[in-house]
Design a protein around this ligand. Structure first.
Ligand SMILES: [Zn+2]
Length: 95
């Protein structure tokens, strides 16, 4: 979350309160903050999927491609981009 470009940074109130240079600083969050962030994001994700799942899957694929194009050892686990792409393709086959 704190390693993606700032245009993809989470805009929830929790993350907004800990942003530095447009990117949320996870280390500045308490466990309760992280829980609130995940609950807010889950709700927003569900609303986006209900509104237009293709747009949401396009967004997932864009993030996957960005991750796959970079090597971020110790920041983003190896294979996450490929897993996101696979997940998006699987969901597209179901909808
Ligand atoms: Zn957030």
């Amino acid at each position: 979350m704190d390693s993606l470009p700032c245009e993809w940074a989470c805009g929830c109130p929790v993350c907004e309160s800990v942003k530095q240079n447009g990117i949320p600083v996870i280390d500045a969050m308490s466990v309760e903050d992280l829980k609130r962030h995940f609950l807010i994001c889950r709700k927003l994700e569900i609303l986006r999927v209900q509104r237009n799942i293709d747009d949401e899957l396009d967004s997932v694929e864009a993030v996957a491609e960005w991750i796959e194009a970079r090597s971020l050892p110790g920041v983003i686990p190896v294979g996450i981009g490929a897993r996101l792409s696979s997940w998006a393709a699987s969901v597209r086959r179901l909808v």
